[in-house]
Design a protein around this ligand. Structure first.
Ligand SMILES: Nc1ncnc2c1ncn2[C@@H]1O[C@H](COP(=O)(O)OP(=O)(O)OP(=O)(O)O)[C@@H](O)[C@H]1O
Ligand SMILES: [Mg+2]
Length: 248
């Protein structure tokens, strides 16, 4: 949602697609924003949003066809947008795979722990040496190969750590070293990441982001200025990384 609003604040038109209908967190976030916007006496940027349903067809190939048509229709409806932001589920569903195939830029958020690192890479017992990429990394690489085979460019893959602890711990430096190393090996860029902040959770019910709060939306004055500015800076760093590719 921060990515979506950040892009809109830069003057881009944005469409967003939710491929995780079970959780539908992005859809709810957008709905909360629409509802909150209606209570304001000034305009709030809104994205064009679309939730793709999971097919309830019993036949697997028919279900896949239906979901493929669902995503194609969503993208078709967003052709006039400068950016399309797609949220995929954490699990390996067919819609998630489709999302990975169509994406020009892939952003993989990763909680900042060795447990979550397992999503990307298998490590030895000490957690110091890389044994190889995990199933998810191999899936991403396979999708990238498929895109190239179809004549498209490889996606730009950005891995972003989130919920970073404020203390610069030993673990955190180890993770950073492993991720930088892995990024070189399998081809992703490591974004600076987002700290663990209450503000990222609190803004959800109003559908707001740290970019909106900066515009000092009337009733929202509870944030300290410095933590707010720091949050904006770290989200901005992610936006800059995404934009760097697209301006090439
Ligand atoms: N930087 C952060 N600071 C504080 N809380 C965070 C931060 N990032 C995520 N969270 C919290 O962690 C939880 C899960 O985060 P998130 O919504 O990003 O994952 P998810 O989309 O549920 O994962 P998945 O879709 O892969 O199952 C949420 O409660 C969210 O508020
Ligand atoms: Mg999610």
């Amino acid at each position: 949602m921060h990515l979506i609003v950040g892009l809109m604040k830069q003057g881009h038109s944005v469409g967003c697609i939710d491929l995780d209908p079970r959780q539908a967190t992005l859809t709810h976030y957008v709905q909360n924003r629409v509802r909150y916007a209606a209570t304001l006496d000034h305009a709030l940027e809104l994205p064009r949003h679309w939730l793709v349903e999971v097919s309830d067809e019993a036949d697997r190939s028919m279900a896949r066809d239906e979901e493929t048509r669902g995503l194609a229709a969503a993208i078709e409806g967003m052709q006039d947008r400068d950016y399309i932001v797609i949220d995929t589920p954490g699990s390996d569903t067919f819609l998630s795979r489709l999302g990975h195939v169509v994406a020009d830029t892939l952003i993989t958020p990763l909680n900042d722990s060795f447990l979550d690192l397992d999503v990307l890479v298998r490590l030895d017992a000490d957690g110091r040496n890389i044994l190889g990429p995990s199933a998810y990394s191999r899936t991403v690489l396979a999708r990238a190969a498929r895109r190239r085979a179809l004549g498209g460019p490889a996606p730009d893959w950005i891995v972003m750590r989130t919920r970073l602890a404020h203390l610069d711990s030993h673990n955190r430096r180890d993770l950073e070293r492993i991720l930088t190393d892995l990024g070189h090996r399998i081809g992703f860029r490591l974004a600076p990441g987002l700290s663990e902040r209450v503000v990222y959770r609190e803004l959800f019910t109003r559908g707001l982001t740290v970019f909106d709060v900066a515009d000092s939306l009337a009733p929202w004055r509870r944030l300290s200025r410095s933590s707010h500015a720091a949050a904006r800076r770290e989200v901005q760093a992610l936006l800059d990384m995404v934009a760097a590719v697209h301006s090439d």
